[in-house]
Design a protein around this ligand. Structure first.
Ligand code: SAH
Length: 354
């Protein structure tokens, strides 16, 4: 039994079962034993690989999308460029490199990284030494802003509810036979976040809500109500809110039991893009998408970029470029499971890619 498991069992025995959200937060962000406090969680060596770690082309395309938004803002002299959950810092490094040729863009930039893990902050500092770090979007100074988040929202803690005898109960983590185990309890106040049209879901259905995600969207809306702004959110998830259970644990590129070995596996849930888009539009933002990642990337020029890179490469590298392109865009790979949502202030014209 690992140290986090012991600590969680002691806590639950003392004060009762905890919500899935509390459990996720402890597993991912515990200051000593949390998953993101370890090194080498990303990439071929780690537990999973993300789009920016697959290919530099991903960050380059995202960078050009962001630079286009800055141009459409009227090229403000000062811009807050913000990344939520930057991992190893690869995406931001690629964004900065790809946008070097965009006249005056780099001079306008103040780069802000919102990162909870001190280990990952150290990794990010190696690749983006000029950045400023924050615990939350709220402490980033005001001003025109562009925000990017790749595989950030899936790490935010969710609550799960299950309908039994016509009543929504909450799934919690308790202790059974000396081990952590999922069980049902009276629902906490977050049950009120279940969208109205899903409240009548049939017996046995499981629904997930993510208050932390809604709060980040609220912070974006507040920021973009004061000055121009756009956000690009990329993650795996579903386009329409629907019943279903998506909490998953991944360790060493394979699925694991979310309730064993806490802190040793990545715990995520699919992102409910409809819920994010609805929260954003209710708060005065314009939303675009969610588009499939494959279609988004190809329509902003990933194919042309790959061709350009391949032209000056050796055959082995050409093959790798083609393999990366396929991995990012094919429907049976990341192309349609991953989705892209753009949120903007109303003064901006529609973004490319949707
Ligand atoms: N964007 C990166 C990493 C994705 S993993 C990539 O695509 O490779 C999720 C990232 O979000 C990690 O950097 C993790 O430490 C960070 N993170 C998760 N929850 C967070 C929170 N509540 N606040 C700030 N950062 C968080």
């Amino acid at each position: 039994m690992n140290a986090l498991e012991k600590a969680l069992i002691a806590r639950i025995e003392a004060t009762g079962p905890i919500s899935i959200a509390d459990y996720m937060a402890e597993c991912l962000m515990h200051p000593e034993h949390g998953y993101y406090q370890q090194q080498a969680v990303f990439g071929a060596e780690g537990d999973f690989i993300t789009a920016p770690e697959i290919s530099q082309m991903f960050g380059e395309m995202v960078g050009l999308w962001l630079a286009d938004r800055w141009i459409k803002m009227g090229r403000p002299e000062s811009l807050q460029l913000i990344e939520l959950g930057p991992g190893r810092g690869t995406l931001m490094a690629d964004i900065l490199r790809a946008t070097e040729p965009v006249e005056d863009f780099q001079d306008a930039l103040n780069v802000h990284l919102v990162e909870a893990s001190s280990q990952l902050r150290d990794e990010q500092r190696k690749r983006v030494p000029t950045a400023m770090w924050h615990d939350s979007l709220r402490t980033v100074p005001e001003g025109p802003a562009l925000i990017v988040a790749n595989e950030f929202f899936d790490a935010l803690p969710i609550h799960q509810f299950e309908k039994r005898d016509g009543i929504w109960l909450e799934r919690v983590v308790g202790v059974a036979d000396g081990n952590l185990a999922p069980m049902l309890a009276q629902a906490g106040p977050q049950v009120s976040l279940i969208p109205n049209h899903l409240k009548q879901s049939p017996e046995g259905c499981v629904l997930e809500v993510c208050p932390a995600a809604l709060s980040v969207i609220g912070d974006m809306a507040e920021r973009f109500s004061l000055t121009s702004g756009a956000a690009l959110i990329i993650d795996y998830g579903y386009r329409k809110s629907a019943p279903g259970e998506t909490l998953q644990a991944v360790a060493d590129h394979a699925y694991a039991n979310p309730f064993s070995n806490p802190g040793q596996a990545d715990l995520t849930a699919h992102v409910d893009f409809e819920q994010l888009a609805r929260a954003a539009t209710e708060k005065g933002l314009k939303s675009y998408g969610a588009a499939n990642q494959g279609i988004f990337l190809m329509s902003i020029g990933l194919g042309a970029r790959a061709q350009h890179l391949a032209r000056s490469s050796e055959p082995a590298v050409q093959e790798q470029i083609l393999a990366d392109l396929t991995r990012l865009t094919a429907d049976d790979q990341m192309g349609s499971l991953f989705k892209v949502l753009a949120l903007q202030s109303y003064d901006l014209p529609p973004p490319p890619g949707f």
